[in-house]
Design a protein around this ligand. Structure first.
Ligand code: MN
Length: 299
């Protein structure tokens, strides 16, 4: 009794009332003593912050950043009205708070998406400062949306090295913009219409530093449930060496009328977190169970 036209699902725009399914996870990795990554996965905001600074300062930086986001009224549950101007103001606030808390000894990246609606049309509002990343798998095409603020990205942009050389370059961890430290605190923003079936992945460099885009695409395009995809990605990063903290969020968007029979509508739980709701904020400086210490000052 479905009165909707028989159009293939992948050509449908997303409609108001669409559903987001998401999963998330973080791991200290195999080499670092601390987990200085923090994240927020709480509709409408999904973001990863990778703290740097060592001696627990990196944890304070990334934790302060996600808690500042969590307190913004335009990012409250059910609100879809955030703008890039709102977000940049919030990030400047986070920048000041981090400087005050750490004496500008520590900084953090931030990358992720806020789900917004304009004139009834849903968009991914992608934000980025530093070298954490936001990728999108849309209509079968996988691409990195955010552009790293890093020394090696500048070398790639100027044609001095290839992306393949950047991946193994000794200075690949050096960021050129961050919150809490340095003079460059301006984020970049992208506004992308959400398509039916879109999958967005947000990660810290502990994921993409271990796995190339082909590997990320293979997992994201074959593992159906977002939490399973997150778990598979983190396990793959650990198998590849786990040299850095790794944090991953995967968000799927689909129309509700397409949902039945293709996805579980009940929340799925990952790890040992069965009693937690899907909405989650994990800051490295409070309550991240695997947090312990990175002293080399890299993100
Ligand atoms: Mn990192």
């Amino acid at each position: 009794m479905n009165s909707r036209p028989a159009v293939p699902a992948d050509t449908l725009p997303l409609e108001p009332g669409f559903r987001l399914n998401y999963g998330y996870g973080t791991d200290r990795g195999l080499r670092r003593e601390l987990n200085e990554d923090s994240f927020i996965a709480s509709d409408p905001v999904f973001a990863v912050a990778d703290g740097m600074g060592g001696h627990e300062a990196g944890e304070i930086a990334s934790g302060t950043c996600v808690r500042t986001l969590a307190a913004v009224p335009q990012l409250s549950a059910g609100v879809r009205s955030a703008t890039a101007v709102d977000l940049q103001a919030c990030l400047l606030d986070a920048d000041s708070r981090i400087r005050a808390a750490t004496g500008a000894r520590a900084g953090t990246t931030l990358s992720g998406v806020v789900v917004v609606e304009q004139m009834g049309v849903p968009y991914w509002l992608v934000m980025n400062i530093g070298d954490s990343r936001t990728y999108r798998l849309s209509q079968g095409e996988f691409s990195q949306v955010s552009v790293d603020h890093s020394e090696v990205q500048e070398l790639v942009d100027s044609g001095e090295i290839t992306p393949e050389q950047a991946a193994v370059h000794p200075r690949r961890h050096v960021v050129t913009r961050a919150l809490g430290t340095g003079d460059e605190t301006e984020a970049d923003f992208w506004l992308l219409p959400i398509q039916e079936g879109d999958r967005v992945m947000v990660c810290s460099d502990g994921l993409n530093g271990e796995l190339g885009d082909e590997h990320l695409f293979r997992i994201l395009s074959t593992v159906a449930h977002p939490q399973d995809a997150v778990d598979a990605l983190i396990q793959a990063a650990l198998r590849s060496g786990g040299r850095d903290n790794v944090t991953v969020i995967v968000i799927d968007a689909q129309n509700v009328f397409n949902d039945a029979g293709t996805a579980t509508t009940a929340p799925r739980q990952g790890h040992a977190e069965d009693t937690l709701p899907r909405s989650q904020l994990v800051s490295a400086d409070e309550g991240n169970p695997r947090s312990e210490g990175n002293t080399d000052g890299r993100s």
